[in-house]
Design a protein around this ligand. Structure first.
Ligand code: HEC
Length: 150
């Protein structure tokens, strides 16, 4: 009796440590909480390219990961937030709305990938892409110029 409890304890301890060990790298690979705007945008480009590859090779796992990284993208550093606020003033509200469109529809795209529904993936892909481009055509140059003049 005592012996089996001992074996159980040893086995349980062992499997918990193996689980902890195999989960750890995944946590480490997740995105940072904040990031400067330009590197963050370059990451978003990589993520949406990953979604593209997933769409054309019908790899829903790839779409799920890329879309998830877009919807959970890091927030701007405090310094960049200040720059954007100062540059846009009242228009900051619209800027945030474009960002929300991207967060929201990238998440819907991720969920469509989980359900392996390509039509819905594409539906939310288009809205996400429109959100990226809407923000760029309104604010990219302004913010980029303000950064250079700083
Ligand atoms: C809410 C606004 C906003 C949204 C949404 C947005 N961007 Fe951007 N993006 C910007 C701004 C502002 C810049 C210019 C930054 C600068 O030059 O300082 C930029 C620049 C870029 C750049 C150029 C980076 C470089 O190397 O100069 C890429 C690529 C990019 N965005 C990709 C994306 C993608 C992909 C999405 C959607 C998944 C997206 N962006 C959504 C605001 C946005």
């Amino acid at each position: 009796m005592k012996k089996s409890i001992l074996i159980f304890t040893v086995l349980a301890g062992f499997s918990i440590s193996v689980m902890g060990w195999s989960w750890y790298p995944q946590q480490k690979a997740s995105q940072p909480e904040t990031m400067s705007l330009v590197p963050m945008m370059q990451q978003l480009l990589k993520d949406i390219q990953q979604v593209d590859r997933g769409v054309f090779t019908e790899n829903f796992e790839m779409i799920k990961e890329g879309a998830g990284n877009i919807s959970d993208h890091p927030t701007m550093t405090a310094e960049d937030k200040k720059l954007v606020k100062q540059t846009l003033g009242k228009e900051m509200k619209q800027f945030v709305e474009f960002d929300m469109v991207v967060h929201h529809h990238a998440d819907s795209m991720r969920m469509a990938a989980v359900r392996k529904n390509m039509q819905n993936v594409l539906k939310h892909y288009r809205i996400t892409q429109q959100g990226c481009v809407d923000c760029h055509s309104n604010y990219r140059e302004k913010i980029s110029t303000a950064r250079l003049e700083k």
